[in-house]
Design a protein around this ligand. Structure first.
Ligand code: BEZ
Length: 259
């Protein structure tokens, strides 16, 4: 994952691999849409610790993984020394040779400058090349974000909206951006994907710790603990059942062809 272009985010690759394996496990399904073929040149944009990059390599495709987080790339290289991995930013990366496909799982909701990322992806592809992506779409983790904002406000803290690090477009919005930059969007979907979190009753707190640090800029550790408790109280009736938290994910999935 899935960690491209998040200036305020420090990625903990250990916590990511230990408790958030669902990120690449769900992504395996997206590989069917990519349909990689032996000999193709494929870029995995936001490869995280490399698990899906390696699955693509197993098909005989020549694959390279990039991620903005040096910690993730270091771990990916340890995990799969036979694959090429590099640190790069989704908003301005360049490739030496145009690719047959750019693949991206659970990353692009971190890239608020979507036009810049789309321009980079476009220049990285051959004409006829495929862009296959899945990420958080309109309404993603809406209940969690609302509960976080309520909990922060209820303590009399006023955080600017700009601290929210995520971009969750609708199909119409994202397809329009792609078309404006020379893509033919041949498939798009938006669907709820409730996602059970690891670690039983600690699941939501771990998720917030791993991914939602940006909301806590300028907030003390004690206040943060109280806010997380308050978020849990608000969400328990809807997102906690039989000892497991479930995050209200909504995924947008795209297949677009470079014209
Ligand atoms: C997601 O995959 O939808 C996601 C992951 C972390 C933070 C926010 C969203």
């Amino acid at each position: 994952m899935n960690s491209i272009s998040i200036p305020t985010h420090n990625w903990n690759s250990g916590l990511y691999e230990d408790k958030h394996a669902f990120v690449w496990q769900y992504g395996e399904d997206l590989l069917q849409l990519l349909n990689p073929k032996a000999g193709e040149l494929i870029l995995d944009l936001g490869c995280g610790t490399g698990q899906l990059t390696e699955k693509i390599a197993q098909t005989g495709a020549q694959v390279m993984g990039i991620d903005s987080a040096a910690t993730m790339i270091e771990k990916a290289r340890q995990n799969y020394p036979q694959i090429e991995f590099d640190v790069a930013d989704a908003r301005n990366f360049q490739v030496e040779k145009p690719c047959d496909a750019v693949f991206s799982n659970a990353v692009l909701h971190w890239v608020k400058q979507a036009e810049q990322a789309i321009a980079s992806i476009h220049q990285a592809l051959k004409p006829g090349g495929r862009f296959v992506a899945e990420f958080g779409g309109k309404g993603n983790v809406g209940a969690i974000v609302t509960a976080l904002e309520n909990a922060i406000a209820s303590m009399g803290i006023h955080q600017p909206q700009t601290l929210n690090p995520w971009y969750y477009p609708s199909i119409g919005e994202y397809a329009t951006l792609l078309e404006q930059q020379g893509f033919d969007v041949i498939y798009a979907s938006l669907r709820d994907r409730p996602t059970p979190l690891a670690d039983k009753e600690a699941g939501l707190a771990n998720w917030i710790e791993m991914f939602a640090g940006a909301f806590f800029v300028g907030i003390s550790a004690e206040q943060k603990t109280q806010i997380i408790r308050h978020v849990e109280e608000q969400l328990k009736p809807t997102l906690y059942q039989d000892g497991t938290w479930t995050a209200d994910y909504r995924r947008i999935r795209i297949l677009a062809i470079k014209l």
